[in-house]
Design a protein around this ligand. Structure first.
Ligand code: SAM
Ligand code: DTB
Ligand code: SF4
Length: 362
């Protein structure tokens, strides 16, 4: 796939707010669907090119045997999912996989470990993974569970760009899904990551059995953090046989799109990632998610342990939709969004391919 670029911009029409109320969020969520889509798509166009989608690739660097009891997860030692646990992967294998991902157009490499928190003895290897993947010219992301003050310093010094730590659902519903840690533990680690100067990736799951209010409260919590997470992954539950949530009711696709749209409106400059669950989504649902403001996906044929659509299917979908992979900010030869914004001051868009005044040929 060809790679094109766009960067996020600020725009006076969408001040970045941290004082959302549930009532305001609910009113947006409940808008007539067409009005909600129009609003979310308008926000997206003021900050991003609507026809570019960021490609992130996941790798499970330590699979299974996790001490936590997250009800949705194949990797918890508390559930009989049949997954074989493995040791921490060797550095060379991680780098080989990262090179392959880069060749397939991924710009961000996300490494996940099935840990409650990393052990001191593992940190040197993890640090070497961050340094090695960064040296390939990719953005790095890690998700390793809860972090101590010492861990965040080591990861920051290694040059880690992003840390993923999802709040998953509302504070009210959290204890129904996870009993081995609390919502407050999650927020503590997020605060430590932010304090250390590492960018935050935090989102959640739709389809755990939560109410619509839980979904809204989850997004209000994320949007009211001192700074918005730079990445907001929205996962659709992948029901894993052997987990307590294996028989959860399927999420209605229109309801799912509403969550994406609300995330876009409340966190206008964040990447909103259409994350787990795409194998079960129709092309039409994914297209609606992109229209509603999703501008990032996981590429490749596996997530951590579960299936993902894979390169061929995504190429077909992107081709039908006229979507292209987004390049890394600041890569040589790329026009910046600020340039585009100046060029398009009259029309108010960020210089999108669909804009009639576009002159830059993107
Ligand atoms: N152990 C780390 C942690 O929990 O932060 C990192 C890995 S964990 C698998 C990362 C995230 O993946 C979870 O927080 C959850 O949001 C998502 N996830 C895990 N299993 C899932 C499933 N079956 N369906 C959808 N999302 C899932
Ligand atoms: C996120 O929000 N979703 C990713 C990533 N962050 C770490 C993980 C999805 C996992 C899906 C289930 C699996 O592969 O086991
Ligand atoms: Fe462990 Fe993360 Fe899975 Fe929870 S979601 S069981 S912490 S790997």
């Amino acid at each position: 796939m060809n790679v094109h670029v766009v960067q996020m911009t600020t725009n006076a029409a969408d001040p970045v707010r941290h004082d959302w109320t549930r009532a305001e969020a609910q009113a947006i969520h409940d808008l007539p669907f067409n009005d909600l889509l129009f609003r979310a798509a308008s926000v997206q166009r003021r900050h991003f090119d609507p026809n570019k989608v960021q490609m992130a690739r996941l790798l499970s660097i330590k699979t299974g045997g996790c001490a936590e009891d997250c009800g949705y997860c194949s990797q918890s030692a508390h559930h009989a999912s049949g997954l074989k646990a493995s040791k921490l992967m060797e550095l060379e294998r991680v780098l080989t996989e990262a090179r392959k991902a880069k060749a397939q157009g991924a710009t961000r490499y996300c490494m996940g470990a099935a840990w409650r928190s990393p052990k001191a003895r593992d940190m040197d290897t993890v640090v070497a993974m961050v340094e090695g993947v960064k040296a390939l010219g990719m953005e790095t992301c890690m998700t390793l569970g809860m972090l101590s003050d010492g861990d965040v310093v080591k990861l920051k010094d290694a040059g880690l760009d992003y840390y993923n730590h999802n709040i998953d659902t509302s504070e009210r519903y959290y204890s129904e899904i996870i009993k081995t840690r609390s919502f407050a533990d999650r927020l503590d680690t997020l605060a430590r990551v932010r304090e250390a100067g590492i960018k935050v990736c935090s989102g959640g799951i739709v389809g755990l059995g939560e109410t619509i209010e839980d979904r809204i409260d989850m997004l209000v919590t994320l949007a009211n953090l001192d700074e918005h997470p730079e990445s907001v992954p929205i996962n659709m539950l992948i029901p894993i046989p052997g987990t307590p949530l294996e028989n959860r009711k399927k999420v209605d696709p229109i309801e799912f799109v509403r969550v994406i749209a609300l995330a876009r409106v409340m966190m206008p400059t964040s990447f909103v990632r259409l994350s787990a669950g795409r194998t079960e989504m129709s092309e039409e649902t994914q297209a609606l998610c992109f229209f509603a403001g999703a501008n990032s996906i996981f590429c490749g044929d596996t997530l951590l342990t579960a299936d993902n659509p894979g390169e061929d299917k995504d190429k077909v979908l992107f081709g039908k939709l006229g979507i292209e992979p987004m390049a890394l900010e600041g890569a040589a030869g790329n026009e910046t969004a600020m340039d585009a914004e100046t060029e398009h001051a009259g029309c108010g868009c960020a210089g999108t391919t669909s804009c009639q005044t576009a002159t830059s040929g993107r």
